[in-house]
Design a protein around this ligand. Structure first.
Ligand code: PMP
Length: 397
């Protein structure tokens, strides 16, 4: 039956974790996967989450199925976090939010839903983007195309080329954006540039899909939602996929959400029922525990304040690692321009190294980056940064 199955090469980032685990070198450094590590090189367990865990443990209840849309308290907490407390689109009932299996589940449910209702649409993603974006939308049957985004000369966004490209898209095209901390480049739009994107989206009749997986790792938990809130303020109809994997350090709990911002409460009720159908067809209902940890934190003023301080601390540690890597590379190579490390935001830096250079770095120094040249800043600490700086600066000599 299965003799003709070809072996899949696997996901390039996930397979690299296996290679890293098997690497016997004691001074190896993993800067490939997007997982936040603390100064001691550990994946943290947040204090706010620990406290929520203690509270939940005291609730002794059987574990029944959740509704297809997930838990009501979680869905409400997500809306407040993304749109801000008391946003009129939320209070008017124009936003349909469901709990999903991580941010990936939100993308999958959203793309299945859109494919059913807009079978002739094209999906446009940034060039480059997180690899799984193309895989998920293609998996739902969409043709996936790429809009100009990153300029390797300036190591920032080529905004003029990006907006020129968006202006040429067919009406009804679905366009995936990263509201903050672009993966893999760390190059983000300014608020003024988002305003210009909104006017293009409105005038060209595009359907934005905003994917936010790093809320709080850019400028702050509230600040990072500028694009989402500005689009809602401008009465644009759009989707948001969101993830708590990194910001709650709850990777394996698979906590995400899909929000559909509609023109009316009636439309939102129908969008909700269609998303429930898409969930039913995929996995029926989301898991319970992780969502309740997140909801317990976000719906308690004290725990939420503690969580925000913890996210702030993660963001500041990343920024400090950026500065230290930049300064250490400048010492090794005083003429080098490594300012991109300071300009780019979020967990990733886009080094501009070629796949061959990345492989050489892995073989010769045991330093693991993704083949695209993406480096996870959150894997650096004061114990490994010097070695990484020397090896990286040597690559760019
Ligand atoms: N979107 C982006 C841009 C991401 O970087 C990630 C995680 N790497 C996701 C979505 C998926 O999030 P999750 O791990 O919660 O499925």
């Amino acid at each position: 039956m299965f003799a003709n199955f070809a072996a899949s090469p696997g996901d390039p980032i996930l397979s690299l974790q296996q290679t890293y685990a098997e690497d016997p070198r004691s001074d190896k450094v993993n800067l490939s996967i997007g997982i936040y590590h603390d100064e001691a090189g550990r994946v943290p367990q947040l204090k706010s989450v620990k406290r929520a865990q203690a509270r939940l443990r005291s609730i002794d209840a059987p574990c029944v199925y959740q509704p297809m849309a997930g838990a009501a308290n979680y869905r409400q907490a997500v809306q407040t976090l993304l749109f801000g407390a008391g946003h009129t689109k939320v209070t008017a009932g124009h936003v349909a939010t469901i709990q999903t299996v991580g941010g990936s589940g939100a993308l999958k449910v959203g793309s299945d839903l859109l494919r059913r209702h807009f079978p002739d649409a094209e999906v446009w993603i940034s060039n480059p983007t997180w690899d799984n974006h193309a895989a998920i939308f293609e998996g739902s049957g969409f043709p996936v195309k790429r809009y100009t985004y990153f300029d390797s000369q300036t190591q920032g966004v080529d905004f003029e080329a990006m907006s020129a490209c968006l202006r040429t898209l067919r009406r009804g095209s679905i366009v995936l954006f990263h509201p903050c901390c672009h993966n893999p480049t760390g190059a983000d739009l300014t608020n003024a540039q988002w305003d210009r994107i909104i006017s293009i989206v409105t005038s060209r009749g595009l359907l934005p899909f905003l994917d936010i997986a790093y809320q709080g790792f850019g400028s702050g938990v509230e600040e990072d939602c500028y694009a989402i809130r500005a689009m809602a303020d401008a009465d644009v109809s759009f989707l948001v996929s969101s993830s708590f994997s990194k910001t709650f350090s709850l990777y394996g709990e698979r906590c995400g959400a899909l929000s559909i911002v509609c023109a009316s409460a009636d439309e939102a009720a129908r969008a909700l029922s269609q998303s429930e159908l898409a969930v039913r067809r995929n996995y029926s209902s989301p898991p319970t525990h992780g969502g309740q940890l997140v909801a317990t934190v976000l719906l308690d003023a004290e725990l939420k304040a503690l969580w925000i301080r913890e996210v702030d601390a993660m963001r500041e540690r990343i920024a400090e690692m950026r500065r230290q890597l930049h300064d250490a590379m400048r010492v090794v190579q005083p003429g080098g321009n490594f300012r991109y490390l300071l300009k780019q935001r979020g967990m990733f830096a886009y080094t501009g190294l070629s796949a061959d250079q990345v492989r050489a770095l892995r073989t010769n120094s045991g330093i693991y980056l993704v083949d695209s040249g993406r480096l996870c800043i959150a894997g650096l600490n004061t114990g490994n940064i010097q070695r990484v700086a020397v090896a990286l600066a040597a690559m760019t000599l």
